[in-house]
Design a protein. Structure first.
Length: 340
């Protein structure tokens, strides 16, 4: 029989019990969604199996993601601002959930100060006609000039020449895409609190940008999107997704550091004090990195492995220092941070 724990969807800026909301009462009783409070903040949780999300099948992970997002959206519909937690965050029990809230209390309250009365809206723009966009990119002056030279050459157009033209067209299209994305970004950031560009999913996508918007400026934002839609006419197709919690800006994650790996990291960097400071860790890392860097040891086959160990140890102790700054943790340290 597998262990059960508390699956954490996110954090709300309230200690009010979630069951008090009438329109969520029925859903809570079905899905087991409830809150665990610490001081003036609460984790929105449900009972869950302790699963290994890192090795889960993609289709099952996708189903869990949908459930995760639906729960968060339901909390938002009740008027709560929620800081989302990374998918797959499960605490052992109520006590550990409260410990996580205690460790992250300062950073959580700081985030609530930044996202008060805000929502995230994601804007994607795809080429209206990708083939037409490619053709237009091929009309670039530099490409036209290169084609004319090839046609005038006695040897004709070679396969290598065709590949070079294809590369030039691709680069011209990318410059055009970057220009469009910058115009979209510059237009919408004027009515946004913050923005973050995301990776494009495929070649047909021209822009993928998340915007953090003050609720009072939501209508202004939508009007700007309409203006862009008219300006780009059929060149780009716009899609808005929102309102969302601040997934792109302040999704939280937790990291547990046990004493065994902290002790290993201290030994690897030569740190011997009981209380490790950031400055001490950084100096120890610099000494070890300098002596173990592969460029300094070209004839040693194990130099690369040693250097990797030094970097791993540094990351462990840097997290350990950050966890101790949040709260003085005598037992296994838990670090609560914004996901990078």
């Amino acid at each position: 029989m597998s262990e059960t724990g508390k699956y954490i969807y996110g954090i709300i800026n309230s200690s009010k019990h979630l069951y008090a909301a009438k329109n969520l009462l029925e859903e809570c009783s079905t899905n087991g969604i409830h809150t665990i409070s610490y001081q003036d903040i609460s984790a929105v949780v449900s009972n869950s199996e302790m699963l290994d999300y890192t090795h889960m099948r993609k289709d099952k992970l996708a189903m869990l993601l949908v459930g995760h997002q639906k729960a968060i959206e339901k909390i938002m519909s009740l008027g709560h601002t929620i800081i989302p937690m990374k998918l797959g965050t499960v605490a052992k029990d109520e006590a550990e959930t409260k410990h996580i809230l205690a460790c992250g209390h300062t950073i959580i309250k700081d985030i609530f100060g930044k996202i008060s009365n805000t929502i995230e809206t994601d804007i994607t723009a795809t080429w209206g006609d990708f083939n037409a966009a490619l053709k237009e990119a091929g009309e670039d002056d530099e490409i036209k000039e290169f084609k004319e030279k090839l046609l005038a050459a006695p040897g004709g157009v070679t396969v290598d020449d065709q590949m070079k033209i294809g590369l030039m067209v691709k680069e011209a299209l990318e410059r055009k895409r970057e220009g469009y994305a910058k115009e979209i970004q510059d237009t919408l950031k004027s009515v946004s609190h913050d923005f973050k560009a995301h990776e494009l999913m495929d070649d047909k996508m021209a822009a993928n940008i998340a915007f953090l918007i003050n609720k009072a400026k939501q209508k202004d934002f939508e009007r700007k999107v309409d203006e862009l839609n008219v300006e780009f006419n059929e060149k780009l197709n716009f899609r808005c997704v929102g309102p969302l919690p601040p997934y792109s800006f302040y999704t939280l994650e937790i990291k547990t550091l046990n004493h065994e790996e902290v002790d290993w990291a201290k030994k690897r960097l030569g740190v011997i004090t009981d209380i490790t400071s950031k400055d001490e860790v950084r100096k120890a890392y610099q000494r070890q990195a300098l002596s173990t860097h592969p460029d300094r040891n070209p004839n040693e086959s194990g130099a690369g492995k040693e250097f990797d160990e030094v970097n791993k140890a540094y990351k462990i102790l840097a997290d350990y220092c950050a966890a101790n700054e949040q709260t003085n943790q005598k037992e296994n340290a838990i670090l609560v941070r914004v996901r990078g």
